[in-house]
Design a protein around this ligand. Structure first.
Ligand code: 1CP
Length: 350
């Protein structure tokens, strides 16, 4: 891994690898987005994909939270739909809804379009953005992708869903097609993440946001082999990996068996509970993003409780249990970031 290329702040990289750190590193899922007035102003002029396909603007949007909040990482501004759109799947990000797919997958024929990425042709803008950012950032750049189940949920439902019933029905009733779809999405995900790493991403996070909809038996049977394959391939790159899902505390034992470096937790559990289950990976999390609307004293109290459980063992990264939403104030996140750094900073003489 090209650690030497990190010009200044490599605290997050060290935490991923469970190495000693001077303070607990922090970044926030969805740290670039509508809660920022500057982002809203840019979105007035450009659509979501216009931003992410224009390297100069995309790099600016990616870097903004680093400058504004003082966080310890940047995360590439893109969407989990980016690789699907880039291989020709008709997807749009619709205001107030999220990703919407024009032709949801129903049959074997619909799978044919899901293929490997050819980075130079399909995502030159991603590689260019990453190169610009590596030059401008003094914190590590996180690349990311959606995991096969989460991508499949959009491809099969046609957009966001509450119960994932069509997806699960597909999984149970068309097992061969399901395997085929998961295999194709796994290869796509690997090729997308490898391209980001090749361009300069120094950590990668795999978002399996909705996989908590499955119980552990179904996860074990229908999902785990593919996640094992993805993280095994990524391990060969030497870049640290993070795996996130929401509402997936019941899957942690399965996750502990995967060749992934960091497990990202939502707020429905505590660091202590997770450690007590003998989960030995580095951990990331896990403040409830709704707390960002609370008075700062309460935010601080809940944050301190998380830090007190996480800060003294190697391998802890502060984050939210899920993404920031638009009504959060920039100032709240700035104060929170400063508090985390200040509270966990070790005495320089030690
Ligand atoms: O037009 C806009 O401004 C729409 C808001 C938005 C943004 C800012 C969407 C639509 N995507 C993004 C960027 C994005 N998406 C990032 C980069 C920004 C950052 O983190 O700083 C990342 C990492 C994502 C990942 C993503 N997209 C996930 C996984 C993380 C999670 O929140 O669980 C998922 C599930 C999506 C789908 C998606 N894209 C956008 C929306 C509104 C949604 C969720 C829709 C749903 O409820 O299913």
């Amino acid at each position: 891994m090209d650690l030497l290329k990190v010009k200044k702040n490599d605290v997050l990289l060290k935490a991923c690898l469970k190495e000693p750190v001077p303070y607990v590193p922090v970044w926030y899922m969805r740290q670039a987005g509508r809660y920022q007035p500057e982002y809203r102003a840019i979105r007035q002029k450009y659509s979501f994909f216009e931003i992410s396909h224009n390297p100069e603007i995309c790099a600016e949007v990616t870097k903004l939270p680093v400058t504004q909040l003082g966080v310890d990482a940047a995360i590439l501004f893109a969407d989990i739909m980016t690789p699907l759109k880039s291989i020709g799947i008709n997807v749009d990000i619709v205001e107030g809804i999220g990703p919407v797919i024009e032709n949801p997958i129903r049959s074997e024929k619909d799978l044919e379009g899901i293929r490997l990425l050819n980075p130079g042709n399909d995502i030159p803008f991603v590689q260019e953005t990453i190169k610009i950012l590596r030059d401008k950032l003094d914190v590590p750049l996180i690349g990311f992708a959606g995991a096969p189940f989460t991508l499949a949920s959009y491809l099969i439902e046609g957009g966001p869903s509450k119960g994932y019933h069509i997806t699960k029905g597909f999984m149970y009733s068309k097992p061969h097609l399901w395997q085929n779809l998961m295999a194709r999405l796994s290869d796509l995900t690997i090729s997308y993440l490898e391209a980001q790493i090749e361009a300069g991403a120094q950590i990668v996070q795999v978002f399996d946001s909705w996989v908590g909809a499955l119980n552990s038996e179904d996860y074990h049977q229908y999902i785990a082999p593919f996640m094992h394959y993805i993280f095994s391939e990524l391990k060969k790159t030497g870049v640290p990996t993070i795996y996130f899902a929401s509402g997936a505390t019941h899957l942690l034992k399965e996750w502990n068996e995967l060749p992934v470096d960091v497990i990202s937790l939502d707020w429905r559990t505590t660091i202590e509970e997770v450690r007590n289950q003998h989960i030995d990976k580095a951990l990331q999390g896990n403040l409830d993003p709704s707390l960002l609307l609370a008075p700062f004293d309460l935010i601080k109290k809940r944050t301190k409780a998380i830090l007190d459980q996480g800060k003294d063992k190697p391998g802890f990264i502060f984050n939210l249990g899920h993404g920031i939403f638009p009504s959060v104030k920039v100032d709240t996140l700035k104060k929170l970031t400063d508090y985390i750094h200040q509270y966990t900073r070790k005495d320089p003489v030690n």
